[in-house]
Design a protein around this ligand. Structure first.
Ligand code: AMP
Ligand code: GLY
Length: 422
């Protein structure tokens, strides 16, 4: 069987790596892929990004199913297009993807269906936005409405920062159309967790829990990034918390979509904020897997991902159970010099050790140039270590990290720290 994975990040490398472990796989194509997927003999990169051309390739090559990694093709309607051509694809339609592609849509949806989230208002004019901030006070959170690659959120600790963020987005057009409307919302304190499920249109299958580390520097300091590391499982999501999130957030979301006339299929990722009293609220929805969460999650999945995906596209996720490695997986992102603002490309990457049962390296911003591996994006690699405790998984991950070299490499030394507390 042949499968196509759409995307080029660490998430897609991890998905393709896991799919390729199945005995039933003849080839996993990755479009467009990266330096790591290029080097793996079981994977083949495909230099196509146009969605119609991709559909044509899938038809010609008789590809059994397509798994879509990133939000951009989903928001662009890849699932609608593939289905219209009779092709099996796992992901949400363009309409369902609005849960991620418009913060205003997601907030109004949550309010309409009673899903716990921060209080908010949406603005497209400067004066009322500034007045709202003065009335609410700081800290307060300003979000560009549209997709901004994880950079459209400002958690303003002071009124001055909040007003500046409004000016940047609404007056200076810093995020283009994505920032032409903004959501201003209540600041929520607490601990974050990533809660990701698979939906086939009828059934919901939760994946292992995880936690991301959004800030660039140790102790959660520095600017927000797309994610500097993640680990799984996240102890804060106890079995009781898990049941509560399913009951109060995930199930009402799927049912709310259905009430609004939209069948949700694909990965649904609720970014949670759990307050000191243990109450979860939804910070955001993503309609895809998390990056870097996928890397530690896939490192722990024991079930054949090909059969999981088949059940997902055939509406039979109720017929499968997922089996997880009991160990903890800690994934440490190695980022380029200048990340997140202006990643420097071109540095030569050396010293990536071979995969072992305890240590894996997934590629993201890498490319092969004349047999050499080079930095080609902000988040370059994600090194995953597995161990019987968070501490042992960390030790394993950082032992591997310390063998890898490229100029200007940035990383956090504390991935998994919240897990050590629990
Ligand atoms: P988002 O893209 O909505 O997940 O926001 C990115 C990051 O900003 C989140 O992972 C949080 O760390 C932070 N954040 C977003 N919304 C809030 C909020 N209402 N209160 C506090 N922090 C937030
Ligand atoms: N790791 C956060 C995200 O994928 O949005």
């Amino acid at each position: 069987m042949k499968i196509l994975v759409v995307g080029s990040g660490g998430r897609e490398h991890a998905l393709a790596w896991k799919l390729a472990q199945s005995d039933r796989i003849q080839m996993v194509y990755v479009a467009p892929g990266n330096g790591g997927t290029a080097r793996d003999s079981r994977l083949q990169n495909l230099d196509i990004t146009d969605l119609h051309e991709l559909a044509g390739f899938v038809e010609r090559e008789n590809i059994a199913l397509t798994v879509v990694g990133p939000e951009t093709p989903l928001a662009g309607g890849i699932v609608n297009l593939f289905r219209a051509r009779g092709l099996k694809v796992f992901g949400p339609t363009k309409e369902a993807a609005q849960l991620e592609s418009s913060k205003d849509y997601a907030k109004a949806f949550m309010q309409r269906h009673g899903i716990p989230t921060a209080a908010y208002q949406t603005f497209s004019d400067l004066a009322p936005a500034h007045a709202y901030i003065d009335a609410q006070g700081a800290p307060i959170v300003i979000k560009a409405d549209g997709l901004a690659a994880g950079k459209g959120v400002v958690v303003a600790m002071t009124l001055a920062e909040a007003h500046q963020a409004v000016d940047d987005m609404l007056a200076d057009n810093r995020f283009g159309d994505a920032g032409a409307r903004i959501v201003i919302e209540e600041f929520l304190a607490g601990e974050e967790a990533s809660f990701i499920v698979m939906c086939d249109g009828k059934n919901v299958l939760p994946l292992a829990t995880s936690q991301d580390h959004k800030r660039l520097k140790d102790h959660d300091q520095g600017p927000n990034t797309g994610g500097m590391g993640a680990y799984s499982p996240a102890a804060i999501v106890t079995p009781e918390m898990h049941a509560r999130v399913m009951r109060e957030i995930i199930n009402p979301t799927i049912q709310g979509m259905a009430k609004d006339g939209i069948v949700f299929t694909g990965f649904l990722y609720a970014g949670l904020m759990i307050d000191a009293a243990g109450n979860p609220k939804t910070l955001e929805f993503n309609c895809r897997m998390g990056d870097p969460e996928t890397q530690p999650i896939m490192s722990r999945l024991k079930t054949d991902l090909v059969s999981v995906m088949e059940h997902a596209v055939n509406g039979t996720l109720d017929a499968i159970e997922l089996e997880w490695d009991r160990r903890t997986a800690v994934g440490v992102v190695l980022a380029a010099d200048g990340y997140p603002d202006a990643p420097v490309k071109g540095a030569v990457i050396e010293g990536i050790p071979a995969e072992t049962p305890e240590s894996l390296t997934f590629h993201a911003g890498t490319r092969e140039v004349a047999g050499q591996l080079q930095v080609s994006g902000g988040r370059v690699l994600c090194v995953v270590g597995l161990g019987d405790s968070v501490r042992m998984a960390q030790k394993q991950a950082y032992e591997t990290v310390d063998q890898i070299r490229f100029e200007g490499m940035q990383l956090r030394r504390d991935i998994g720290w919240r897990g050590l507390k629990h």
